[in-house]
Write a protein that binds this ligand. Structure first.
Ligand SMILES: Cc1cc2nc3c(=O)[nH]c(=O)nc-3n(C[C@H](O)[C@H](O)[C@H](O)COP(=O)(O)OP(=O)(O)OC[C@H]3O[C@@H](n4cnc5c(N)ncnc54)[C@H](O)[C@@H]3O)c2cc1C
Length: 380
């Protein structure tokens, strides 16, 4: 399994998956056959996370080949990401509180032997050690494996979920603040209070095709408890009525300008922003930074082919821009934190239509959101 950093490769991957494997997705998606056999899932997340291809493109491609009923499970999964993002946008303190907790816990655990053994893949749980190496080598883990991994981390190794979420962000090519933070909270039992995800030996054996044996886990742990309750903060995600001819900033989550709702708008110049580790609270691995940088260069080349003036800048250089400028909304992320903490009020955000429409349904759980999926996809 290799993730090549280009839109052309992302489209190949999408076309190939829809043509050959989508029909069996709902039946086979839960199996992790190992990093060399990934055809039962799409492996599109590193591209979708960076906006190299977007959710609607993926859904449209699927519906061109199969009916909604036949591709429903896949479409639901694709829209989980949109849902998690919207859920977090309505409760931004979940992210800011996470960062505060993480900084305290990091201090407490910096010399903790169990933690250090876990991140080196040197625990006494073979499958877990295997996944640590796989994550560092391939920068990707299967969804079911992410659930087992997080569950073992929290309930058998008894490590704080906040550190596990940081470890994933550091190494995943698809590292996404909303899906990752909320995924870990969900496994721990603090996302849906009182409901946690417990990995079990039989489940791991069955869905890894018996690749691992003798898996001794704590299968009786109770959910983690959090006293924090996050109420919804109402926010407007409106775009300006008439866009003026200004410059535009694009962050790492929207690296395919030519497929955005603003593709036909004339911007004077496009700045593609790279955020290296100096301006990140969670430090990313060199491989992940390289992946982001290559995807950004790929976007630049595609813009230049269309004769659109563009430049790659370091995030710090945004402070030198004094006039009003538009930016494709970076979502709750370290990039948004940078804008807010530096009071860059000259930046006016542009929101994607799919987010503007879908996020109104993120006030409750995903099972409620699911009811609106036909409506969401019918308006695009
Ligand atoms: C603890 C934990 C941490 C996670 N961290 C991340 C993360 O940082 N970034 C990330 O993109 N996903 C994350 N996920 C969600 C999910 O594991 C990945 O999106 C999925 O494994 C990507 O593989 P794929 O593209 O082959 O997925 P497929 O099964 O082919 O699904 C298609 C697409 O649907 C979306 N999707 C599928 N499952 C989920 C899900 N549970 N939540 C959100 N979107 C989903 C993704 O965009 C994915 O590319 C996490 C899940 C857990 C349990």
């Amino acid at each position: 399994m290799r993730f090549e950093a280009s839109r052309a490769k992302a489209l190949d991957q999408l076309n190939n998956f829809v043509k050959n494997n989508l029909s069996k997705y709902s039946k086979l998606r839960n199996f992790d056959f190992g990093p060399n056999i990934r055809s039962n899932i799409s492996c599109l997340s590193p591209y979708i996370t960076h906006g190299v291809i977007n959710e609607l493109e993926v859904i449209k491609k699927s519906l061109n080949k199969f009916s909604f009923a036949k591709s429903e499970k896949f479409i639901q999964e694709v829209l989980w990401r949109v849902y998690w993002k919207g859920w977090l946008e309505l409760r931004p303190n979940v992210w800011s509180d996470y960062l505060i907790e993480l900084s305290q816990i990091k201090q407490e655990y910096k010399s903790n032997k169990n933690y250090l053994k876990a991140i080196e893949g040197k625990t006494n749980i073979e499958c877990f050690n295997h996944w640590v190496i796989e994550l560092k080598e391939h920068n990707y883990l299967h969804n079911h494996t992410r659930m087992w991994f997080a569950s073992i981390w929290i309930f058998t190794l008894e490590l704080p979920w906040q550190l596990g979420a940081e470890f994933f962000m550091k190494h995943l090519y698809d590292g996404d603040i909303a899906s990752n933070t909320l995924g870990w909270r969900w496994v721990a039992g603090v996302q849906t209070q009182g409901k946690h995800y417990l990995a079990s030996e039989w489940n791991i054996k069955k869905f890894t095709n018996d690749r691992f044996q003798n898996i001794k886990l704590n299968e009786k742990a109770c959910p983690k408890i959090s006293k924090k309750i996050y109420s919804i903060i109402k926010k407007k995600f409106n775009n300006p009525q008439n866009l003026e001819k200004r410059d535009l900033i694009i962050f790492e989550n929207n690296l395919s300008f030519e497929t955005t709702n603003f593709q036909n708008q004339k911007f004077r110049k496009i700045y593609l922003v790279l955020n290296k580790n100096e301006k990140r609270f969670i430090k990313l691995s060199e491989k992940v930074l390289k992946f982001k940088s290559l995807l950004t260069e790929d976007q630049k080349k595609r813009l230049e082919k269309k004769s659109i003036s563009c430049e790659i800048i370091n995030i710090n250089e945004m402070k030198n821009i004094k006039e009003e400028i538009y930016a494709l909304y970076p979502n709750i992320s370290e990039n948004l934190d940078f804008i807010n903490s530096n009071n860059l009020n000259n930046i006016k955000f542009l929101y994607r239509k799919i987010d503007q429409f879908s996020w109104q349904y993120c006030n409750k759980g995903f099972f409620n959101f699911k009811n609106y999926i036909p409506k969401i996809i019918s308006i695009f």
